[in-house]
Design a protein around this ligand. Structure first.
Ligand code: FAD
Length: 463
């Protein structure tokens, strides 16, 4: 059963791929990089003055945490280390250790007033928040009870409220993990079922609207859970429409087609006149370009606006291990360079459609990679796309690559920080997973450490 399930991974959820006249040849090539001009030269990300806005304690904390992250052994085993520390120190002692250090670096806080404080600080730095409720669930981790998913929905609705009821930024965003509302097991089943039997988006839209439709290929209890999950998603869609942009996360290939199907149905319902629901495209996947082109085709055919979060992808090791174990083709590009080409190529595709219809398409360049960010900025200039027109923005994780985020914000681009919040216990699994997903980025932040050090020396000398 598992082998069959995993082998469906390489099929895009919407199989008939049409060529898009709109895109011309852009889809098949990577952008040629022009020598840096005047504006993109400002994006060398080498100016330590970006850190002048940080307090002494923030500088010292960032240096300490990044020093810790520079040891691969510590990052690779941070889950185990944290659980040993928790056993030795107890819950309170562990929280006392983590709160002023790792937690303060990567998490906004627990109470609404703590979150507000962090967000107000960010807003002074012209950074925008993209709040994320850190709910982590994979196969075998779900409880299967509707109450748990209803509680998660309440947490998401609270996130919508916090995001828009405060004056931190004019165009708030939040992240949404569908597996917090729909069991990962059913996502896998839906991925298998819809690979053989297409579900029409209208069917899902009717279910979002509360109609008791029946879903081919699902048994009674699966169909009942799917209906409940779609109603939960509908509540979030209704609460957020015209207020907060909801960016749906991409997860593992064995469930992504189901996540995309549900997201596209939400787009069909909520994105008629604006981009409120967004989907994520992981460029480390060999199929990512065809999935993006298929989404563009679908948005044209079905008449909805498309929002794209473009990432390289966070689950490379696990995907590769699974492919090997199941004897399937590795879904990930062979090398980092291939993933890079794929990222830059998809970026090119999106920027071109945006330059033609900025009101119908939006992208967030969700990357810490300086070259991709510079490339996006350079192409925006060439294509005449507004820095802060709303159709293109940038995203980095809270506490990571602030030299990139602060420089972009200083130059007038729209920059979002993905901001998790919650108690130490609730955010711990998220922090561990994020540290491991981003260990290449964390271990490569030598430049950010150097810039932090330069700022520290400047302050010491100025005393
Ligand atoms: C706002 C935001 C939202 C995000 N949402 C999601 C999401 O929904 N889903 C998700 O999966 N990730 C998500 N991410 C995480 C993102 O995928 C990682 O931060 C990202 O992979 C790191 O890539 P980079 O472009 O920042 O850095 P880089 O250092 O340029 O790239 C590192 C990435 O390249 C790829 N890579 C590295 N080595 C190889 C290799 N040998 N072969 C092939 N590819 C390789 C991997 O994807 C690796 O993570 C999000 C990130 C941000 C900032």
């Amino acid at each position: 059963m598992m082998v069959t399930m995993m082998c469906f991974r390489l099929r895009p959820s919407f199989p008939h791929l049409l060529s898009l006249r709109l895109l011309g040849t852009a889809a098949s090539r990577t952008v040629a990089v022009k020598p840096p001009d005047h504006d993109s030269a400002a994006l060398a990300f080498e100016d330590p003055s970006a850190f002048r806005v940080k307090s002494w304690s923030e500088l010292l904390r960032a240096l300490g945490v990044f020093h810790f992250c520079s040891f691969p052994l510590l990052v690779n085993n941070c889950g185990k280390l944290m659980s040993i520390a928790r056993t030795l120190l107890g819950r309170r002692g562990f929280s006392l250790l983590l709160r002023p250090t790792v937690y303060a670096q990567f998490v906004a806080g627990e109470s609404e007033s703590e979150i507000s404080q962090s967000m107000e600080k960010m807003s002074l730095l012209r950074l925008r928040p993209m709040l994320a409720v850190p709910i982590e669930e994979d196969l075998g981790e779900s409880t299967g009870y509707e109450k748990r998913y209803d509680d998660n929905m309440d947490a998401m609705l609270e996130c919508v409220r916090i995001s828009h009821s405060n004056a931190w930024c004019k165009d708030p965003m939040m992240q949404l993990k569908i597996t917090a509302l729909l069991s990962p097991e059913l996502c896998v089943k839906l991925t298998t079922v819809t690979a053989q039997q297409l579900y029409d988006l209208s069917l899902l839209v009717r279910a979002l609207d509360g109609e008791p439709v029946s879903f081919p290929g699902l048994n009674e209890s699966e169909a009942a859970h799917f209906l409940c999950a779609l109603r939960r998603l509908n509540k979030i869609g209704e609460a957020s429409a015209n207020k907060v942009r909801v960016l749906v996360d991409a997860e593992y290939t064995y469930m992504n087609p189901a996540l995309s199907l549900v997201t596209m149905a939400m787009m069909k319902k909520f994105n008629k006149d604006g981009v409120w629901i967004w989907n994520t495209y992981q460029c480390y996947l060999k199929e990512s370009r065809s999935l993006l082109l298929e989404a563009l085709r679908l948005s044209q055919d079905e008449g909805f606006c498309l929002g794209v979060k473009l990432v390289r992808g966070a689950y490379m090791d696990k995907e590769r291990k699974l492919a090997e174990k199941e004897g399937c083709l590795d879904p990930i590009h062979q090398s980092w360079e291939d993933t890079n080409d794929s990222y830059n190529g998809s970026l090119d595709v999106m920027l071109r459609v945006i330059s033609q219809s900025p009101e119908r398409y939006r992208i967030i360049v969700a990357s810490h990679n300086e070259e991709s960010v510079r490339l996006a900025a350079q192409q925006m200039e060439e294509l005449g796309i507004d820095k802060d027109g709303g159709s293109v923005c940038f995203g980095q994780l809270l506490g990571m690559c602030d030299h990139v985020s602060l420089t972009l914000a200083k130059e007038g681009y729209a920059v979002y920080k993905s901001v998790p919040y919650g108690s130490v216990d609730d955010t711990l699994p998220y922090l561990v997973r994020r540290a491991q997903e981003n260990r290449t980025v964390l271990q490569g932040i030598r430049k950010e450490r150097d810039l932090l050090r330069q700022e520290l020396y400047r302050r010491i000398c100025a005393r």
